[in-house]
Design a protein around this ligand. Structure first.
Ligand code: MLT
Ligand code: MN
Ligand code: ZN
Length: 300
């Protein structure tokens, strides 16, 4: 299985357009420090890729990866579709940027689909451009992706809703945030992509058993970070993101996993890890944990 890292930032990216924090200012001065919104792509078949979460940066993310460039026919694209792990704007606004497609395949849970259809009116808005063909992400058992070698499964993480969907009435279940588990039947290798962890449910431990590569929510370094930064009165946990460090931090959980690759993604611009020289990188490396880098190709 091949995995492309398309982006590693939380909402706003680094730099965020209206933010002058040290991380954003540094990224304005040095392009190498920029981070696009968190996303990966997985190869579902030779030259056929699914993008996991469609971010506002999706156009630039596709351009940055030769594997995703169109051709050989004028409108041939290796981008076969989109898989969604939640309905957050930062993970779904990119769908609108794909409107030039002849059609769009999107796999999501019922709750995510309902949020996009009823909250954002996505189907109605896109219908005159590119019709959406929806697939329900399988939760109970893995299912083959497009009949190919990859099996995918959604693992329910939390009922954390996007703010725009806070009042939405839906009968579509409560799988608002899931982790994506991908298994390659050819090799038995397993990838788990979990960019939003409001909690660490037992289902996540089950999904991680036997995983070879895991991407985890690295939004905030510590629980007080958002309050310290002054943009909210809430802690990281109260914002729906378990912090990396501290008691109950996710680093302690990742450190004991057998997976060969353990990577943080979805970094907020306040996270000291956006600075490649921050001491946190060495602390994590000592526990076998990396911060994902954009443009990386992971072969599993
Ligand atoms: C999140 O990752 O928690 C959301 O993107 C935050 C938000 O914009 O509400
Ligand atoms: Mn986000
Ligand atoms: Zn900032």
């Amino acid at each position: 299985m091949r995995v492309l890292v398309l982006g590693t930032a939380a909402g706003g990216g680094v730099p965020q357009w209206n933010c002058a924090c040290p991380g954003c200012a540094a990224a304005r001065a040095d392009r190498r420090l920029r981070r696009r919104h968190a996303s990966i792509a997985v190869e579902a078949g030779p030259g056929r890729w699914y993008v996991v979460n469609a971010t506002p940066d999706i156009g630039e993310q596709i351009e940055a990866c030769p594997q995703l460039h169109p051709g050989p026919g004028r409108r041939d694209t290796p981008v076969a579709g989109v898989i969604l792990t939640d309905a957050e704007l930062d993970h779904t606004l990119g769908i609108l940027r794909l409107r030039e497609a002849s059609g769009l395949r999107i796999a999501a849970t019922g709750a995510v689909r309902a949020a996009l259809a009823d909250g954002l009116r996505l189907d109605a808005v896109l219908a005159p451009y590119a019709g959406i063909s929806w697939t329900e992400l399988p939760e109970k058992a893995p299912e083959a992706l497009d009949g190919g070698p990859l099996e995918i499964q959604a693992v329910r993480m939390s009922g954390k809703r996007p703010r725009y969907a806070a009042e939405l009435e839906t009968a579509a279940g409560d799988a608002w945030v899931v982790a994506l588990r991908v298994r390659d039947r050819r090799t038995g290798k397993v990838l788990v992509y979990a960019p939003c962890l409001a909690a660490w449910p037992a289902e996540l431990d089950e999904a991680l058993a036997g995983a070879d590569c895991v991407f985890a929510d690295g939004t905030f370094w510590d629980d007080e970070e958002p309050r310290r930064a002054g943009f909210t009165g809430r802690t990281a946990t109260e914002m729906g993101h378990l912090p990396i460090s501290g008691p109950g931090g996710t680093a302690g959980r990742l450190a004991v996993l057998p997976a060969a690759r353990r990577l943080y993604t979805h970094l907020n611009n306040t996270n000291p890890l956006v600075d490649p020289d921050d001491a946190g990188h060495r602390r994590l490396a000592a526990a076998g944990i990396e911060v994902a880098r954009e443009g990386t190709v992971i072969e599993l």
